[in-house]
Design a protein around this ligand. Structure first.
Ligand SMILES: *Cc1c(COP(=O)(O)O)cnc(C)c1O
Length: 429
């Protein structure tokens, strides 16, 4: 049986790890920083990337590699690596391709932390970004490219705007300009969307969210589709297509091909120098989450759908944003790319604005107030009163976050109980 042909459910449960005779059934936690060798020659081959193996867990660790291999199978990629967080994965995915003086085209529908990383911190490192409206025309999108553009970046389902990414439009433009499309697939997960099947070249994840799914471990992942031909655009990607003097003159795209160049360079250079590695213990927790990802995503989506439908029909609710509602602007795109569902996050506004939203939040009993999403336990956040509390109503609107917006992450509880909790909280408004 070819493992590649297994259904996604089987890959969630058994991907990445096949124990031999008498070996542990569960992925072993190799809690060791270093690895022992008989001769210096043996170790030298590893340093020269002539042989594969482990020497120091900042670069690679067997537990982390096993879990990365599972995510690689889930996404249908050729190589993958874990990182310490989703932020580290986003950072590496850009910095592995772009240097000071380079430019990236990016959708405005973006996680706030990613926006800050790109617009503030990477800008300080000399990498500039042009942010484009995800609903822009093809002409507007093409106009955003510059001769020094190195990649296009977007999110499958944006956090918190819940904008659905138009893969066809963005992938076509990226490839016409000879650059890869990088997708943050955190909210959809590979269970609901596999970006490589829609033209994406690199995928990133905050595994902290649905993949872990139990509030246990912060982590990230990068997966390469192995499809982007770096050598065909060698002048744009000198880091991959010319010798790396900091690594014995290796040319990654030559030595490791389309399938392995991106992740090998990212590990050998960026992980070596920045050290944003995931701990084996965290990777173990992540793998436990992955084993039930396919079952959980189905329930998260069902609960969100039921809650969104309830809210849409409630007289005290001003508006509801969920791509699974027929009335939603992104319903058709969601059906095209995510027929099984999008995610478990719904946002909505309560009539009466900021004050009413606060009252509802205060009166929830089951749904907890947290700065988090994608957990087994339902949680919610009122940005105007928490993460964005320094802004007035006008500034909030300009940021696309109305004062009455409540972001609700539907967990794995019964949707009847979630709806009952919201219903009783609404009686106080
Ligand atoms: C949370 C999140 C991140 C950042 O991930 P961390 O693991 O918190 O560093 C990146 N992208 C999206 C879409 C997220 O939701």
């Amino acid at each position: 049986m070819d493992k590649k042909n297994f259904q996604i459910e089987t890959k969630c449960v058994q991907g990445g790890y096949t124990p031999g005779n008498g070996e542990p059934r569960q992925v072993p936690i190799i809690q060791s920083t270093t690895f022992k060798y008989a001769t210096s020659e043996d170790m030298g081959k590893l340093f020269d990337l002539e042989a594969s193996g482990y020497f120091y867990s900042r670069l690679q660790n067997p537990t982390c590699d096993t879990v990365a291999a599972k995510i690689c199978e889930l996404e249908g990629g050729t190589a993958a690596m874990l990182t310490s967080s989703g932020q580290a994965a986003s950072f590496f995915s850009i910095f592995n391709l772009a240097s000071c003086g380079d430019h990236i085209v990016c959708s405005t529908a973006l996680y706030g932390g990613t926006y800050n990383l790109f617009a503030v911190t990477l800008k300080r490192m000399g990498i500039s970004f042009t942010f484009v409206d995800p609903d822009c025309t093809v002409e507007e999108l093409n106009a955003a490219f510059q001769p020094n553009t190195k990649a296009v970046f977007g999110e499958t389902v944006a956090n918190p705007a819940l904008t659905v990414f138009d893969f066809e439009k963005f992938a076509t433009a990226a490839h016409a300009h000879g650059v890869p499309l990088i997708i943050d697939n955190t909210f959809a997960t590979p269970v609901n969307c596999r970006p490589f099947e829609h033209g994406a070249d690199i995928v990133t994840h905050s595994t902290t969210k649905y993949m872990d799914g139990h509030d246990s471990a912060v982590g990230g992942c990068i997966v390469d589709s192995g499809k982007f031909d770096w050598m065909a655009h060698a002048e744009k990607f000198p880091g991959l297509c010319t010798p790396d003097e900091s690594y014995h003159g290796i040319t990654y795209a030559e030595k490791f091909g389309k399938e392995g160049a991106f992740i090998t360079k990212c590990t050998a250079q960026l992980m070596r120098d920045f050290g944003c590695c995931q701990s084996p213990q965290s990777a173990y927790y992540l793998n436990l989450g992955l084993e039930s990802l396919h079952i959980r995503m189905e329930r998260h989506c069902l609960n969100a759908q039921k809650v969104a439908e309830f809210l849409e029909n409630h007289e005290k609710i001003a508006w509801v944003n969920f791509p699974g509602l027929k009335s939603n602007k992104y319903y058709d795109l969601a059906q095209k790319y995510m027929p099984k569902g999008t995610c478990g996050v719904v946002s909505f506004g309560v009539k009466g604005g900021r004050q009413a939203a606060e009252t509802v939040m205060k009166n929830l009993r089951l749904i907890a107030i947290e700065t988090h999403v994608a957990d087994a336990r339902s949680c919610c956040l009122h940005p105007a009163n928490a993460t964005h509390r320094q802004m007035n109503d006008e500034e909030l609107l300009a940021a696309g976050i109305p004062g009455d917006l409540i972001r609700l992450s539907c967990g794995l509880e019964s949707y009847q109980d979630l709806i009952a909790d919201i219903e009783q909280a609404l009686t106080n408004v």
